[in-house]
Ligand binder design. Structure first.
Ligand SMILES: C[S@@+](CC[C@H](N)C(=O)[O-])C[C@H]1O[C@@H](n2cnc3c(N)ncnc32)[C@H](O)[C@@H]1O
Length: 361
């Protein structure tokens, strides 16, 4: 009898332990499932299986289009169907409605570009605690280009262009009005020119110079400028922004400061100050504010902030709050007009803008 009771008590203790372990590992299991699903998506894209299913196709047709053996294709399709990436109709597979929208040529971001950027960020996070990574400006050209393509919305998407233009017109109407009237704009750290080309394609009287330290990114920016038909209004320079030697020749400048390591930021701001005309505008994109409470830290924006600190901080970029950035910009002689933080957009690293001006005298 006693033995039975002991066994029952032991079983109950084991049940409770298992339940507690199950509850504790729930979040971890979600992360693991997400990581596996992303790995599957990468495999589907890199093998061509994803693209082959843009139109309804059988396993045999996908195999013929990609050169992947039929049984492998069948297993990949099954796994993609299980994850809601593919839908099956009889013998054919095709992209699900969601993935067709995410992979459309007009989507706000290119799916492969987004995944490539996340791979670079993931590697930065994995090595974040071991040692100081290379500075952002010392990334391999492949990684710098992947970041440049993936951090913003693509200018070939009409929706992305409209979104970007209306966000800027709302946040900095005086600057937008100036651009519409015809102005010369400087993009400091233009990357693959996501933002710059969107503006040029939307505002016909705007002309610009983009300066980018990475050769791969500037080559992508030049190709995209030609494709969008705005290359006659933009000069894309492969150069260090610190070496800009124009004086008082731009009406406005945008500084993607979230990609500029601590060393050299003062020189970049000094170059921007010289290059702007008196009264010229300086825009700077911003990281979010540090979360104000333990609860806020655990919200999605708080988690993004903490991971940005780790990844970008590892690349030597100071993840500044509004007041710290204001101090730096004012320290370089600018007058800060305002900061605006629209609701967070998971597609953008930027959580807002600072608008400043080079004083008249
Ligand atoms: C990734 S882009 C930022 C986003 C860009 N404005 C857009 O719309 O996509 C920022 C770029 O600044 C560049 N950068 C950093 N330091 C630089 C410097 N000293 N001179 C020129 N470019 C620099 C980086 O290489 C990076 O490509």
């Amino acid at each position: 009898m006693d033995q039975d009771r002991e066994t029952a008590a032991g079983r109950e203790a084991l049940r409770r332990e298992l339940l507690a372990y199950g509850a504790a590992s729930r979040t971890l299991n979600e992360w693991i499932s997400g990581a596996r699903a992303l790995a599957l998506l990468r495999a589907a894209i890199s093998s061509g299986i994803f693209d082959a299913a843009r139109t309804p196709s059988t396993v045999g047709e996908i195999s013929a289009a990609t050169g992947v053996e039929g049984p492998r294709v069948a297993d990949v399709c099954l796994a993609l169907e299980a994850h809601g990436v593919f839908e099956r109709d009889g013998e054919s597979y095709r992209l699900s409605e969601d993935y067709a929208a995410l992979a459309s040529p007009d989507a706000l971001q290119s799916l492969p570009d987004l995944l490539a950027k996340e791979r670079v960020l993931g590697r930065a996070l994995e090595s974040a605690a071991s040692s100081q990574d290379a500075a952002f400006t010392e990334l391999t050209s492949e990684d710098a280009s992947a970041m440049a393509l993936g951090v913003g919305m693509r200018p070939s998407s009409p929706t992305a262009r409209a979104l970007w233009a209306s966000a800027l017109a709302g946040m900095a109407p005086e600057l937008y009005g100036l651009w519409e009237g015809g102005a010369r704009h400087l993009e400091i750290g233009c990357g693959a020119a996501n933002a710059l080309l969107s503006l040029l394609a939307t505002i016909p009287r705007l002309s610009a110079v983009g300066v980018e330290i990475d050769g791969g990114a500037i080559a992508i920016a030049r190709r995209r400028a030609r494709e969008l038909g705005v290359d006659d209004r933009v000069e894309l320079r492969h150069a260090d922004a610190r070496d800009l030697d124009e004086e008082a020749s731009f009406d406005s400048a945008n500084w993607s400061q979230q990609f500029f390591p601590a060393e050299g930021r003062g020189e970049v701001l000094a170059a921007a100050w010289r290059a702007l005309k008196p009264d010229g505008y300086l825009l700077a994109t911003m990281f979010g504010e540090p979360p104000g409470s333990a609860e806020a830290l655990r919200e999605p924006t708080g988690r993004s902030y903490a991971l940005d600190r780790l990844a970008y901080g590892g690349w030597g970029v100071p993840v500044l709050g509004v007041e710290e950035l204001r101090e730096q910009v004012e320290g370089a002689g600018f007058e800060v007009l305002r900061t605006v933080s629209p609701p967070p957009n998971p597609l953008m690293v930027s959580r807002g803008i600072m608008l400043a001006r080079r004083p008249k005298t």
